[in-house]
Design a binder for this molecule. Structure first.
Ligand code: SF4
Length: 677
């Protein structure tokens, strides 16, 4: 398109948590292209998804009218009918069974404004804290783990700082495929001379340039990290001044990690003791050492202890509160940080203010003008269990697709089918929406104003580029309509109004307004209207005062291989798809590259089972059985197999074992067997 033919609208990518700034190119009220923007955090870079997979916006399959299921079939209805029906069913269920019989899932793909309104609806109008979202599946362990050790459960430093690091330790993050622009900063650091350490069960793209690659068995990260700390303390490489002045509980850490010699941990992890020692020395002795992690750390039945261990290592070496250092969990989805910030979690109001603390309760009761519940609500896995048990009767899902994303799909399906009433609000008729009683068509990111908060806590603008497709509506406006129908006055008339209310009630967002983030986003905490944001957390002191060492012992995964299920299945992402593929699955180009599920298997295992590359195989776990194509590859070590979770086959097999503290499921480890077909 020639420049004069298109309107350019600056916005934020709707895919991963990097939050790339970009222009949507609009012609005849349709998005016809994307160009990167030369601004933080991507500075002109973008990946294949953000740059080319925009055709979902005007795709023919977009939901255009509300749907109500009548006699088992969806029927298109007018908005008034759909909203009246939803309001009346929710009211009836609330009156009959009480507020806690209703639950809601918010969305890491919706704006802060949408999410704020959703949790306000659940709390102030429905009267329950049963509100959660997919952070439960990815970084719930980070939110709790880093809040416990540091006082704030977010990425400590900025994405762009990675290129200034002297050493980057990437553990449990296939960064090139999951957060491609972040990986570019890591590669630039490498070109600048930084040392790269990778710990991962698979050979990932970043292992090619790694100085140390530790191919560990899935689920053994705590042992590996303890062994690294063992070496650092043994060799006197810890930052004694930092520990003395800024941390507490060091003695307990020493006691525990001394039991994890590299030689002993070699047996647990499969990583040679010498490699562990080398990695420990590189990390401790480099001046600016940064840790990058993702769901290889978080999705375990001991996930919160994995996060503690990462935090312990960084504190031990004094790599917190400094440029080019830090603990940097990469948040998966475009607004998973924001959905957490907005209180779409069952124990906190916006800004991580606990629902059971009297002052917080009074503050929100005063602001919202209603009595609120101080009872911690149910997490996503607990909602499914409660639905199974008949305790949760109605579920409202805004922009999530648990029928693909959650572990043990059969269990999810049974739970959803046990409900008396299911509402799904989405842009497409997803696998989850197909099970709903009512489906409400939502506007995509290109059709709404608002903000997303990226992985580095940067609050950035989302701008309307086109009119809504069909009769789709912005998520927060749909919620507002329901609030009014259920008798709650709501005078918020624009996303800007919503942000004004957010900034009044959320300490981290106090200084944020649309004018201030017009050109460039701000990284929270933004303390007031003159404060310029916080690129690095914990500079003078930790958010909790002193950093807390939380040493942890290694615990094996809930399932370990046996004669019936001898292989470990681990799951992850591929570059070409996003989450449950509701958007990237509409892109022919991407589907041509990766269009079907597969299982990666080591040549030794393949040969023993008589499996050839490209053949169809059956993969079976205790939860189910699926047929997928085998990819025979050295990338994966013997007795471990990998499947991408974008396709529902992977989560047909995964385990619902939960981290005890955060209820995050163990999506990274379960056991399977494979048969030739
Ligand atoms: Fe950037 Fe992530 Fe979007 Fe790719 S998917 S363009 S890395 S925000």
């Amino acid at each position: 398109y020639r420049a004069w033919e298109v309107k350019k609208v600056r916005t934020t990518c709707s895919y991963c948590g990097v939050g790339c700034q970009m222009y949507l190119l609009v012609k005849d009220d349709k998005v016809v292209g994307v160009e990167p923007c030369f601004s933080e955090p991507n500075k002109g870079l973008m990946c294949v998804k953000g740059r080319f997979a925009y055709n979902f916006i005007n795709h023919r399959d977009r939901l255009k009218k509300p749907l109500i299921k009548k006699n088992g079939e969806f029927v298109e209805v007018e908005w008034d009918e759909a909203l009246d029906y939803v309001a009346s069913r929710l009211k009836k269920i609330k009156d009959e069974y009480g507020s806690d019989s209703i639950a809601g899932f918010a969305s890491a793909r919706c704006t802060n404004e949408d999410n704020y309104m959703f949790q306000k609806f659940m709390r102030a109008v429905i009267g329950t804290n049963n509100v959660d979202h997919c952070a439960r599946l990815c970084h719930a362990t980070t939110v709790t783990g880093l809040a416990t050790t540091f006082g704030s459960g977010a990425m400590t430093n900025s994405i762009g700082e990675l290129e200034k690091a002297d050493c980057i330790f990437i553990i449990g993050s296939n960064t090139t495929e999951t957060h491609p622009v972040t990986a570019t900063y890591i590669k630039r650091a490498k070109l600048n001379g930084a040392k790269i350490i990778v710990a991962d069960p698979r050979e990932i793209e970043l292992t090619k340039g790694a100085d140390v690659f530790m191919q560990l068995k899935p689920g053994t990260n705590v042992a590996l990290l303890n062994a690294m700390m063992n070496v650092i303390i043994e060799e006197g490489l810890e930052d004694k001044k930092f520990i003395e002045e800024r941390c507490e509980n060091f003695e307990e850490l020493v006691e525990i990690v001394k039991q994890y010699t590299p030689e002993k941990v070699e047996e647990i992890t499969g990583v040679k003791a010498e490699l562990i020692k080398e990695a420990a020395r590189l990390y401790a002795m480099s001046e600016k050492s940064s840790i990058v992690y993702s769901m290889g750390i978080t999705q375990h039945s001991s996930g919160v202890e994995h996060v503690y261990s990462v935090a312990n290592l960084a504190m031990l070496c004094g790599k917190i509160g400094k440029e080019g250092c830090g603990v940097n969990p990469l948040r998966g989805q475009n607004n998973v940080q924001g959905a957490c910030d907005m209180g779409c979690l069952p124990d906190v109001f916006p800004g991580y203010q606990k629902v059971f603390v009297k002052e917080n309760l009074e503050k929100f009761e005063g602001a919202w003008g209603v009595k609120l519940s101080d009872k911690v609500g149910l997490t996503v896995p607990e909602v499914f269990k409660a639905a199974h048990d008949g305790k949760v009767k109605a579920l409202y899902i805004m922009g999530e697709n648990p029928m693909v994303s959650d572990p043990d799909i059969k269990h999810v399906e049974e739970a959803l089918n046990s409900l008396e009433f299911l509402v799904v609000q989405d842009i497409f008729l997803t696998d989850t929406a197909k099970l709903a009683d009512v489906v409400l068509p939502a506007a995509s990111f290109a059709e709404k104003d608002g903000t997303f908060t990226n992985s580095e806590r940067r609050v950035q603008r989302v701008r309307r580029a086109i009119n809504s497709v069909g009769e789709a509506r912005e998520d927060w406006r749909i919620i507002k309509e329901l609030m009014i129908r259920l008798g709650y006055e709501c005078s918020l008339n624009s996303s800007k109004d919503v942000m004004e209310e957010i900034s009044k009630l959320t300490p981290q967002y106090r200084g944020i307004d649309y004018e201030r983030i017009e050109e460039k986003g701000l990284q929270w905490p933004v303390l007031d209207k003159n404060h310029s944001g916080t690129p690095i957390l914990h500079v003078e002191k930790f958010a909790r005062g002193k950093g807390l060492f939380k040493p942890a012992h290694y615990k094996a995964a809930a399932e370990t291989p046996d004669s019936e299920y001898p292989l470990i299945l681990t799951t992850g992402r591929v570059l070409y798809h996003y989450h449950t593929m509701t958007m990237t699955g509409k892109n022919e180009g991407l589907m041509n590259i990766v269009g079907e599920p597969f299982v990666e298997i080591n040549p030794m295992n393949a040969s023993k089972l008589g499996i050839k590359d490209g053949e169809m195989v059956e993969v079976t776990s205790r939860r189910g059985s699926v047929k997928v194509r085998a990819k025979v590859t050295e990338r994966i070590e013997e007795d471990v197999v990998f499947m991408p979770f974008h396709f529902k086959e992977a989560n047909t097999l995964t385990n619902t074992a939960l981290d005890e503290v955060t209820k995050e499921p163990e999506l990274k480890v379960c056991t399977v067997r494979i048969n030739r077909l």
